[in-house]
Design a protein around this ligand. Structure first.
Ligand code: SDX
Length: 426
C-alpha cells in the first residue's frame, strides 16, 4: 500500500490524500505539490519551519541529536581527520579524495586563486572602510562576466571547473576586499602556500616585509593558526537548506549564472540572524565586557519587550548543541594558551552558556549555542578583524553553495522557486 496522509476539511467533510516520501535518514515528507489543485487552498508555513524545499544528498542534519554529516561523513570525523580541501573535494565529488586526487585538487586551486587584473579595479569603486561583505557580493557577481561560459555547464568537467574556480578565488577576493577597506596594497596569493595559509598571508603580509613574514615576528603564520582556521572552514562548508543556500537555489531556479547565485547567497548570509551573527557575537561579548554584567543581558534577552537577543544562541534546526559549536569550544580550550585567546571574552561566553543552559526561558525554547557563538574568539586570536568574520564564513561556505547549485542543475525534476501567499489586502 502506498504510504499517504489524508486531510479532512471539516467545513465540507471532503478528504484529500497526499503521498508520503521516505528519507534515507531523518524525517519523511508529505508531497503536497497537488495541494492547491486538489483543495483550491495554499499551505502556510511562516519561515518554512516545516517545509522541505527540495531533495538532496549532500548534507544531513539531525537537530534533536545535534548531528551533522556531509555526504554521510560526520562533521567530527571531517574536522578532526581531514583538511578543508579534502572536505571540499568530498562535497563536490561525493567521495573523499585519494592522495593523488587530493594533491591535484590542491594544486589546481592554488593556480586558480589568482584574479583577473581587470577585476581588481572593482575594489576601487568602494570607499575605504567599506564592509568587505558588500565587496564580496559585488566581486562574485562581477566574476560571472569573466567566466560567462559557466552559465550552463554541460559536462562533469565543466561543472567541476566552474566550482573549483570560485572556491579557489573566494579567499583572494575576501583578502583584497579587506586590504582595500584598510587602504593597504593587495598581496597576491603565493602558490607555495596552502589554501588556508594563503588567506592568512594575503591578510597579513606587507610588500615591504613580504620576504620576512616567515621569519619569527608578530605577523608570522604559525602552523597551529593554519590548522585552527582550516577546521573553521570545514565547519562552515555546508549546512542543508539554510537561508543563504535556499537563496542560491532560488537564483539557480531562474537559470541565472552560478556566480550571481553565489553573490545572492553572500548577501543573504550577511544578515545578523544568519552568518552575520559571528561578527555580532564578538561585538556583544565586548559590549557586555565582564562576567558581572552577564545577568543584566540574559534578562534583556528573555524580555519579550526588549529586541535584544543573545547572538550566537538558538537555531532553526538544532534543538540541542550545534555539533560545530562543540568542536569549536573544544578547539578554544585546546588553543587558549597556544593562541593566547582572550580569557575575559571566553569567561563571558562560558558564563552566558552556563546560565542560559540552566535557565527555563532557554531550556523551554531549546536555545543552545550555535556555530557563531564560539568562532569569534578564535578568529580574534588569529588576528582576523571583526569585519572579516562573515567573509571567513563565506570562504568556508562557497563550496557548499556551489555543490547545492550543481545538485539543483543536475536534478531533472526542479521548477522555478515561486511560492504563493495568504492575501490579506483590499
Ligand atoms: C546560522 O539555518 C542554518 O543552518 C544557519 C547556519 C548555517 O550554518 O547556515 O547554522 C548559520 O545562521 C546560525 C544562527 C546564527 N544566528 C544567531 O545566532 C542570531 C540569534 N539567533 C536567533 O535570531 C534565532 O535563534 C535564529 C534566527 C537562529 C532561529 O530563529 P527561529 O528558528 O525562527 O526561532 P524563533 O525566532 O522563532 O525563536 C523561537 C523562540 C522565540 O521566543 P518566543 O517568541 O517563542 O517567546 O526563541 C526565542 C525567540 O524570541 N529566541 C531567542 C533567541 N533565539 C530565539 N531569544 C533570545 N536570544 C536568542 N538568540
Amino acid at each position: 500500500m502506498k504510504p499517504t496522509v489524508t486531510m479532512r476539511d471539516n467545513r465540507t467533510g471532503k478528504e484529500y490524500e497526499f503521498e508520503i516520501k521516505e528519507a534515507t535518514r531523518g524525517p519523511s515528507v508529505v508531497d503536497i505539490s497537488s495541494f492547491y489543485a486538489q483543495t483550491g487552498m495554499f499551505t502556510f508555513d511562516n519561515g518554512y519551519t516545516s517545509t522541505a524545499s527540495c531533495q538532496s544528498k549532500i548534507t544531513f542534519i539531525d537537530g534533536a541529536k545535534g548531528e551533522l554529516r556531509y555526504r554521510g561523513h560526520t562533521i567530527e570525523d571531517l574536522a578532526n581527520n581531514h583538511s578543508y580541501l579534502e572536505t571540499c573535494y568530498l562535497l563536490l565529488n561525493e567521495k573523499l579524495p585519494t592522495k593523488e586526487e587530493s594533491y591535484a585538487f590542491d594544486l589546481e586551486l592554488r593556480h586558480r586563486s589568482f584574479l583577473h587584473n581587470e577585476l581588481t579595479h572593482l575594489f576601487d569603486a568602494f570607499p575605504t572602510g567599506a564592509h568587505p561583505m558588500a565587496t564580496l557580493s559585488a566581486a562574485s557577481a562581477s566574476l560571472s562576466t569573466f567566466f560567462y561560459n559557466h552559465l550552463n555547464p554541460q559536462t562533469d568537467s565543466e561543472y567541476q571547473e566552474m566550482a573549483r574556480r570560485i572556491v579557489a578565488k573566494m579567499p583572494t577576493i575576501a583578502a583584497f576586499a579587506y586590504r582595500h577597506s584598510i587602504g593597504a596594497a593587495f598581496i597576491q596569493p603565493d602558490i607555495n602556500r596552502s589554501f588556508t595559509e594563503n588567506f592568512l598571508y594575503m591578510l597579513r603580509a606587507y610588500p615591504h616585509e613580504r620576504m620576512h613574514i616567515d621569519v619569527e615576528g608578530e605577523r608570522t603564520i604559525r602552523p597551529i593558526e593554519v590548522e585552527a582556521l582550516d577546521t573553521i572552514f570545514t565547519l562552515h562548508a555546508d549546512h542543508e537548506q539554510n537561508a543563504s543556500t535556499s537563496t542560491v537555489r532560488g537564483v539557480a531556479s531562474t537559470g541565472a549564472h552560478p556566480y550571481v547565485a553565489i553573490s545572492a547567497g553572500i548577501s543573504a548570509l550577511w544578515g545578523r540572524a544568519h552568518g552575520g551573527a559571528n561578527e555580532s557575537v564578538i561585538k556583544q561579548l565586548e559590549m557586555i565586557g565582564s562576567v558581572e554584567r552577564v545577568d543584566e543581558f540574559i534578562a534583556r534577552a528573555k524580555d519579550p519587550n526588549d529586541a535584544f537577543r543573545l547572538m550566537g544562541f538558538g537555531h532553526r534546526v538544532y534543538k540541542n548543541f550545534d555539533p560545530r559549536a562543540k568542536i569549536l569550544k573544544g578547539l578554544q580550550d585546546k588553543l587558549k594558551d597556544e593562541l593566547n585567546l582572550d580569557s575575559n571574552l571566553m569567561q563571558i561566553a562560558n558564563k552566558i552558556e552556563q546560565i542560559a543552559l540552566s535557565d527555563e526561558y532557554f531550556i523551554k525554547r531549546k536555545l543552545y549555542p550555535n556555530i557563531d557563538f564560539y568562532s569569534g574568539v578564535i578568529l580574534t586570536a588569529l588576528q582576523i578583524p571583526k569585519s572579516m568574520f562573515t567573509p571567513v564564513f563565506v570562504i568556508g561556505r562557497t563550496v557548499g553553495w556551489i555543490s547545492q547549485w550543481i545538485e539543483f542543475k543536475k536534478d531533472t525534476n526542479t521548477k522555478i522557486a515561486r511560492p504563493r501567499q495568504l492575501y490579506l489586502g483590499e
